[in-house]
Design a protein around this ligand. Structure first.
Ligand SMILES: Nc1ncnc2c1ncn2[C@@H]1O[C@H](COP(=O)(O)OP(=O)(O)OP(=O)(O)O)[C@@H](O)[C@H]1O
Length: 325
């Protein structure tokens, strides 16, 4: 009988059994992660949880004390950064101040040995895609923060990297620019897919952009999954809090779908506060069994008056109970 050989996906970036400490602080504790060519994986975790260290290991800027970085099945752990052909876009995007915009973008291509004319043409082409063709001759110091970030994105993608590593790439931008650049990044990645890993501390960013979100705490995965799966069933209170969920205790998470106002089976609850926020009403209830609960309602609804007592039903079938609780 012939046994079918599993087809191994190509262009997979992997962290394999990574352990790392700084002094007595463990920042990676048996980390495994495989990112496929069409994936955008977000690593979401609190400050100091070890997110950037994992990215730096893939980039070749930090060598893990134990474990391997692999690409396409090959061991990359000790390859020099420039031998990896991975593009980095870090928070401090560090454009070269003595070069103009197109020269910054073309820099990687020139380092790879491409001729000046071809490198310039490729740079201008990608600058057009990020809406900066007209700025090609300008000094980078004269650009706004958002423009500099777009140059950094163009610079990261112009070399057609084997993998893209993004460390808080959008955090310095205001919300309008942030969403513009996020959409632009997704569009460019659709044109030239490669394993992409984005480090962020923003649950909104991770859940909106990533195909898979990995929750990291103290150098360990808390949980991994698609945004929809994680939101539907966070595995623990720590995971739910990292995801930015409301109504979390050590025992359970009460999602918005579990809350029903003016329900005949509801328990009289007092409205403590009501405020417009992010285009919605944010209500705070005092519930006799569940304590303080946050509820979000559409801006078009008229909330009860603060101090009123209203029947609020918590549908227990929709409450997420944590297994360890
Ligand atoms: N070169 C280093 N030497 C000593 N300690 C370090 C070094 N680099 C990072 N650390 C420490 O290791 C921990 C993890 O750092 P890392 O930058 O990976 O975390 P992070 O999750 O990306 O944090 P942040 O969101 O704040 O950037 C932090 O406590 C940091 O201070």
């Amino acid at each position: 009988m012939r046994i079918a050989t599993p087809i191994k996906e190509r262009n997979v970036l992997e962290w394999v059994d990574i352990h790392h400490r700084y002094g007595n602080k463990t920042v990676a504790h048996g980390i495994n992660l495989a990112v496929g060519a069409s994936e955008l994986v977000a690593i979401l975790g609190p400050s100091g949880s070890g997110k950037s260290t994992l990215l730096k290991m893939a980039a070749g800027l930090v060598a893990p004390q134990h474990g391997q970085i692999r690409f396409n099945g090959a061991d990359y752990t000790f390859r020099q950064p420039e031998q990896r052909r991975f593009a980095l876009m870090f928070q401090d995007y560090a454009l070269l101040p003595h070069l103009n915009v197109w020269q910054n973008v073309a820099f990687g291509l020139r380092m790879q040995g491409q001729g000046k004319a071809a490198a310039r043409a490729a740079a201008i082409n990608i600058l057009a895609q990020v809406g900066l063709a007209a700025e090609a001759e300008r000094r980078t110091g004269a650009l706004s923060g958002g423009e500099q970030q777009r140059v950094a994105l163009a610079r990261a993608l112009v070399t057609r990297p084997q993998a893209l590593l993004l460390d808080e790439p959008f955090s310095a931008l205001d919300s309008h620019l942030r969403s513009q650049l996020q959409q632009l990044t997704l569009a460019l990645l659709q044109q030239q897919p490669c394993p992409t890993v984005m480090v962020t501390h923003s649950p909104t960013e991770a859940l909106q952009l990533a195909t898979r979100v990995c929750l990291l705490d103290h150098g360990r995965w808390l949980q991994q999954g698609s945004p929809a799966d994680l939101l539907a069933k966070p595995a623990s209170a720590a995971a739910a809090r990292l995801l930015g969920c409301d109504n979390v205790t050590e025992q359970h998470h009460i999602p918005q779908a579990a809350l029903h106002l003016h329900h005949p089976q509801g328990t009289p609850s007092t409205l403590l506060a009501a405020a417009p926020q992010a285009g919605l009403w944010r209500l705070q209830w005092q519930h006799p069994q569940y304590g303080t609960l946050q509820q979000w309602l559409p801006a078009t609804t008229t909330p009860p008056a603060v101090g009123d007592s209203v029947k609020l039903w918590v549908d227990e079938a929709a409450v997420v109970v944590f297994e360890a609780a």
